[in-house]
Structures are given as structure tokens and as C-alpha cells.
Write a protein that binds this ligand. Sequence first.
Ligand code: SF4
Ligand code: SF4
Length: 119
Amino acid sequence: MARIIIVACKRIQDVTCVSCMKCFKGMRERVGEFARYQNEPLELVALGDCGDCPGLVMPKLVLIRDLAKLLDSDFDVVHLGTCIVKATKTAKCPIDLEATARRIKEILGKEVVIGTHPW
Ligand code: SF4
Ligand code: SF4
């Protein structure tokens, strides 16, 4: 069982990426960055936003980790959504994906995957 959370761009989630349907479809069909879970059950523990500009993702993730512990709903992997990847490439998102992935591993001790659905 892979227990994951997805972090979305607050400016994109449910605005231009409506209702997060792309990530739900990606998870169901095990495509994009979800292909790595081809042969195992997948639990989405949380789907929340980055905390907004200018890149408040680390404090937000610490809150998510603490709440997950409180609710006995821990997770193993943090997916940085395709929305965040797009925001860094096509807009002025200040998040440094590689540096953020390293900090998540160091501070939270969780695996990190950059990206989610393939569309
Ligand atoms: S990429 Fe995924 S997490 Fe981000 S807004 Fe779209 S569906 Fe939601
Ligand atoms: S910091 Fe980046 S990912 Fe978060 S809302 Fe701003 S543009 Fe989106």
C-alpha cells in the first residue's frame, strides 16, 4: 500500500485545473507519475494546496504532517502536483522543485515525487 499526499498550486487548483479530476483519473489509471504504483494499492491521504505564493509550501507541509499524525493517517510519499511543475515553467512560481524535494526529505523524512498526472 502506497500512502501518498498531493500538494497542488493554490492558484491553479480548482481554477484552471477543475476539481482535481486529472489527478484522480491519473491515479485510477496509474499513468504519469502514478505509473510507479502499477502493482500496488494506492491511498490518497490528503490533497491540499501549497499555502499560496510566494512559496509557503514547507510550513504548510509541516502542518499536514502534524495533522496526519494526530489523525493516525500518516503518509509515505509527497507528490508535488503537475500544477506546481507547470507553475514553475510557465508562470512566476518561486518554488525551486529540486530544493523543495530535498528539504521535504530532510525535514519530513518523506519520499518525494515531482509531478502527478500526465496531462
Ligand atoms: S495537477 Fe493535480 S493536484 Fe494539481 S490542480 Fe491539477 S488535479 Fe489538482
Ligand atoms: S507558490 Fe507556486 S505553486 Fe504555490 S500558489 Fe504560487 S505559483 Fe502556485
